[in-house]
Design a protein around this ligand. Structure first.
Ligand SMILES: [Zn+2]
Length: 208
């Protein structure tokens, strides 16, 4: 699949296809842009973000919801930290809805919900990937789910609806400070978070 650089004047620093079910991470300098491309559509991408200078100051779902005033993320929304600093801002989004409340899948939760599991989950992926950066399971917080839609009914009931992302949809995030970005390309086959069939995504880092 060819893909032209849409970031005006930008240079591609890294361009990685992340296979289905696998984690990925990278450091971004302030001003760099991370574009996540849902190559085949309907693929959930579980995402965490940490201030690189102070890894304890990391993505915080509640602050992100209250400071954006919305439980969904879209163009213009920011990912806010524990200390209410902007970590990243969504500068492009062809999908429209990204989840902040559902957290990640795990073999343990799958066992409870489905009586079986995939042998892997985003929780395990995060634990594995974070060890590369001196972090561990205590550093995993409620994550963003890009390309995943979790509507909330008036009663408070929630559910996962089929992903609305189409093949080639993307979301681009500008780093507002030096950050560590960590993702799990969701391996869940037991619900429609990944359309029951996890697929690869592409992670591109631009220097602008
Ligand atoms: Zn998952």
């Amino acid at each position: 699949m060819t893909f032209t650089n849409p970031i005006e004047g930008g240079t591609i620093l890294q361009d990685t296809v992340v296979p289905e079910g696998e984690p990925w991470s990278a450091k971004l300098a302030a001003g760099d842009v991370l574009r996540l491309v849902d190559l085949e559509g309907q693929q959930a991408v579980d995402f965490l973000c940490y201030s690189f200078d102070d890894l304890a100051d990391r993505y915080n779902a509640a602050n992100t919801i209250k400071l954006n005033g919305n439980i969904y993320l879209g163009q213009g929304a920011a990912l806010w930290s524990v200390r209410a600093r902007k970590l990243m801002t969504i500068i492009e989004d062809t999908c429209g809805f990204h989840d902040t409340i559902y957290g990640c899948c795990s073999v343990e939760v799958d066992d409870v919900r489905f009586g079986k599991n995939n042998g892997n989950g985003c929780q395990g992926n995060f634990e594995r990937e974070l060890t590369k950066h001196g972090l561990d399971q205590k550093d995993i917080v409620a994550n963003v789910n890009f390309f995943m839609r979790v509507p909330v009914a008036e009663s408070g009931a929630i559910g996962i609806v089929p992903g609305i992302s189409k093949p080639g949809d993307y979301v681009s995030l500008r780093a507002e400070q030096d950050v560590l970005a960590v993702l799990s390309n969701c391996p869940e086959c037991l619900n429609n978070a990944a359309g029951f069939k996890p697929t690869p995504i592409r992670a591109i880092i631009y220097s602008t």
